[in-house]
Design a protein around this ligand. Structure first.
Ligand SMILES: C[S@@+](CC[C@H](N)C(=O)[O-])C[C@H]1O[C@@H](n2cnc3c(N)ncnc32)[C@H](O)[C@@H]1O
Length: 323
């Protein structure tokens, strides 16, 4: 089974055809590949991937804000009030100065929460490439994406009981926010992304500029057989499986199964998600996880409390034969 990643032509066609949901988002996002727009792609693309735009209404209705208010020390709730990030405009969005102030404040609370779960990544800076909003904490540029990636990385380390990895494959990486954090803290590791356009080209351009010497691979879904015989010690999907069709989800879980052994899979998805464009209702806990996967944890996420995250250990085949 682990000899290689072999999907037949009809399966490749399934993963390569974006769901209706992603067809419309991808069409909207294509223009960021033009040089003038790439300079600020984070302001345009990130909200389609994993960044929330907090505003004055969020202070009352957002479960993220309510989590952060309950889980941030009082002193940090006060000190984070003093910032200047609200002076930046959010490209293409009409937002009031007060909404931008709220967005910056909540982003700093997410950063502060990341510090509470893992200080070891506090000095990782948000890259200027991509035009992130000018939000500063701990004396450097930060972002909601970087803070969330730190929190996800902390969860992986805690549950897997391992602090470094050699090779990661990620399905649906967006512009590469988690890859950036992973490569910053695992120097010398390799990173492979499987994604559709335009995300695949954006992450390629972003990560190859930031890590010119790293071992990086960017693979379109129709080419995943090129991964045959390649093995990874970490597989990741964050908020990408739930927006696919059930058959695509099943095939991507099989992809992890075939190219990870003696390693781990980290998945973070909406616990329930209705995709009206494709007429699909997903329940994360009921995904068709292969039998050999050993579930180490499956829990509600901090901050995005309507998401769940899990880590599975995928033993080496030789371990399996011993059972
Ligand atoms: C909501 S975004 C999340 C991005 C990223 N994981 C993050 O958390 O910032 C979903 C990602 O899934 C990707 N995607 C959608 N359909 C896909 C498919 N058939 N195969 C691979 N990736 C796909 C999108 O291009 C996008 O990168």
């Amino acid at each position: 089974m682990l000899a290689g990643v072999i999907f037949d032509a009809s399966e490749l066609a399934v993963v390569d055809t974006p769901s209706e949901f992603w067809k419309s988002i991808s069409a909207e996002d294509e223009s960021v590949l033009v040089d003038s727009e790439f300079a600020t792609f984070k302001r345009r693309l990130s909200p389609h991937y994993f960044q929330w735009m907090y505003n004055v209404k969020s202070l009352v209705v957002s479960e993220h804000v309510s989590f952060l208010l309950r889980n941030t020390p009082k002193m940090a709730l006060v000190t984070n009030l003093f910032h200047r990030g609200h002076r930046a405009t959010l490209a293409g969005r009409r937002t009031s100065t007060f909404d931008r102030w709220v967005d910056t404040y909540v982003t700093r609370l997410v950063w502060s929460y990341a510090n509470s779960v893992d200080m070891s990544t506090r000095d990782v800076r948000e890259p200027e490439l991509g035009g992130a909003l000018p939000i500063v904490a701990d004396g450097h540029l930060v972002s909601q994406d970087l803070a969330n990636s730190r929190i996800e990385w902390a969860a992986i380390k805690r549950i897997a009981g391992q602090t470094s990895f050699r090779s990661c494959v990620e399905i649906g990486a967006g512009y590469g926010r988690f890859a950036y954090l992973f490569l910053s803290v695992n120097p010398g590791a390799s990173y492979t992304i499987v994604d559709i356009e335009p995300a695949l080209s954006v992450s390629r351009r972003y990560l190859t500029q930031l890590f010119p010497a790293a071992d990086l691979r960017f693979v379109a879904p129709r080419d995943i057989n090129n991964l045959a015989g390649r093995f990874f010690d970490l597989g990741v999907s964050i908020s990408s499986l739930q927006e696919m069709t059930p058959t695509q989800v099943e095939l991507y879980l099989q992809l992890f199964d075939r190219c990870i052994h003696d390693g781990f899979v980290y998945l973070k998805q909406w616990s329930h998600w209705h995709n009206p464009a494709d007429g699909v209702m997903h329940e994360f806990g009921k995904f068709p996880f292969p039998e050999r996967w050993q579930r180490l944890a499956f829990e509600r996420c901090p901050i995005q409390t309507k998401f769940e995250q899990g880590v599975w250990r995928l033993p080496d085949v030789t371990d399996l034969s011993r059972n």
